[in-house]
Design a protein around this ligand. Sequence first.
Ligand SMILES: C[S@@+](CC[C@H](N)C(=O)[O-])C[C@H]1O[C@@H](n2cnc3c(N)ncnc32)[C@H](O)[C@@H]1O
Length: 303
Amino acid sequence: MEGNMGTSYKLSSDANEMDRLATQHRMWCLLIGGLYPRQLQTSIEDLLLDESSSILDVGCGSGIWATEMAMRFPRSAVIGFDLTEQHYTGNLPNFKFIQGDLAHGLPQSFKGRFSVAHCRCVAQHVSDPQALVKEIAGCLKPGGILILSDGDWVAFDANKDLLVPFRWDPNVDEVTQANNEQGRSWYAGWLEMFERLTRSPKYQPVDTLVRESGQFSGIQYSRYFSPINWPGNDIEHGEEIGRIMNRNMREFFENGVTPMLNSGLSQKMIDIWRTKFEEAMDLHLYNVWHVTSARKNGHSAKL
Ligand SMILES: C[S@@+](CC[C@H](N)C(=O)[O-])C[C@H]1O[C@@H](n2cnc3c(N)ncnc32)[C@H](O)[C@@H]1O
């Protein structure tokens, strides 16, 4: 393995968090048009028609994507890899979970074995995201497809203009800060703070990571806006996505209280932040999500 991917995962992996990720998975499917981006349908299905095909989900969490892929492609062998073992439902003969820490790389037995590799909302949590992408590339067959996706820590208003984040200043008392927000967004500020707490300083956008790995061709990138607690403007499935995001972000806030306390934020400030956060849920905002797909070099097929 090149570089050290380290174990610095700051979010919890308990049942509540897995529940939240399952709901978020539903939103991903609505956003991108299924388990993988609509535009990859033919390429993925062509690859997975082969009986010897296999699928890898790196940082699979609850395994919801991997097990749904196992149901969709019963002739493919699907492996979910994660730090934490969960309770996988379905008892599917073609799904297997392997526990491991990316800090030690992916198992040697994975090398050159997979037709499709998926890694969603994981790269920013390892200390060397570029090393992770190279490691996954090493597990794909030539011509195999990588889908690398991630959320982002910025927020947009109803016109999709980027919001300026409110910045918590540890040297100013809580009430003064709360009264001196100068029109900046608390929601964007909370996202930015969370980014500082949880994202690897070496992180780069998913398409950059894939391009700079030098291992892929046919790189495609899409970004998707998800409205929070409103249907958005011209967003397909906006109503359901808006409902899911309302629940998702509230749960995410609560799951993030411990990391916030650990970072030195006072309980009083967290309570103020929670009130402002609640208000933001009614402001017609968007979050954004990124998906990159590409084909491992060494094969002539196009995406
Ligand atoms: C935000 S969750 C995403 C889960 C899943 N991919 C999804 O989209 O629902 C990030 C996952 O990465 C896993 N993870 C983080 N660091 C890891 C590491 N060093 N080795 C293996 N898994 C790791 C976590 O255990 C967690 O399940």
